[in-house]
Design a protein around this ligand. Structure first.
Ligand code: NI
Length: 134
């Protein structure tokens, strides 16, 4: 973290009471911590909508008995090799696999990869979670 900068904010009593209640329930120990997270989240969202660079993970489960699915998944991942940092494969049970794909790159490419995988027949669930790349 860089130098700390302090500033004051004026808010309606009702708003700050609701905020305190909300962040207390989430486990935050101070307003500063909660505000820092909110600001970071907003900046990541801005990067995402503006097509900036993001880092994140695609978590997916799929039916590995589905014909040709594993080959399609591999072909697509090779098409996006420039934004895939690593993949982790877990054999959940006899027929199901869990895959975690760590990604880093322009938001539009990350979204394109995520969508390409999500629409495949046999992919049961897919979740994309992103953070700021730097
Ligand atoms: Ni497997």
């Amino acid at each position: 973290m860089g130098d700390l900068y302090r500033f004051g904010i004026s808010l309606d009593r009702e708003l700050i009471d609701a905020f305190d209640l909300h962040i207390g329930a989430q486990g935050y120990r101070s307003r500063s911590e909660a505000l820092r997270d909110l600001i970071r989240e907003e900046l990541v969202r801005k990067k995402w909508t503006e097509g900036g660079s993001v880092a994140g993970a695609i978590v997916m489960t799929y039916d590995h008995h589905k014909r040709e699915l594993v080959n399609r998944l591999l072909d697509i991942q090779h098409d996006f090799h420039d934004i895939i940092i690593s993949t982790q494969h877990v054999h959940l049970d006899h027929g199901n696999c869990l895959e975690v794909i760590a990604v880093k790159g322009p938001a539009p490419s990350v979204e394109e990869l995520s969508t390409a995988l999500k629409v495949l027949v046999g992919v049961k669930h897919l979740n994309l979670s992103v953070s700021a790349a730097e």
